[in-house]
Design a protein around this ligand. Structure first.
Ligand code: ZN
Length: 90
């Protein structure tokens, strides 16, 4: 994704709550292939908040897996969120 494409993305998602649930079920492996294709293939390309949320979720899940912990300290989770958001905002 280049900077120009980022600029063309929507900055508000009309169904952010719905999208958030969908992306979580995708990451949990509970979504159907059709849901995945639609969301990952179309929606994430044009929807900034969902794009950010997706990468945030991935980063957090990745971290939790690496730490092998059921619960990461909240300040750690927060600082990762901050980093991911900053990276995406560039
Ligand atoms: Zn969205």
């Amino acid at each position: 994704m280049n900077a120009n494409e980022m600029k063309n993305m929507k900055h508000d998602c009309p169904h952010q709550q719905e999208c958030l649930q969908l992306l979580q079920s995708i990451l949990d492996g509970e979504a159907t292939q059709e849901q995945k294709d639609k969301f990952m293939g179309n929606h994430l390309e044009e929807c900034m908040p969902c794009y950010q949320n997706y990468h945030l979720e991935v980063a957090i899940r990745d971290l939790l897996r690496k730490k092998c912990a059921n619960q990461a300290p909240q300040d750690l989770v927060d600082s990762i969120k901050q980093k991911v958001i900053q990276n995406l905002a560039r």
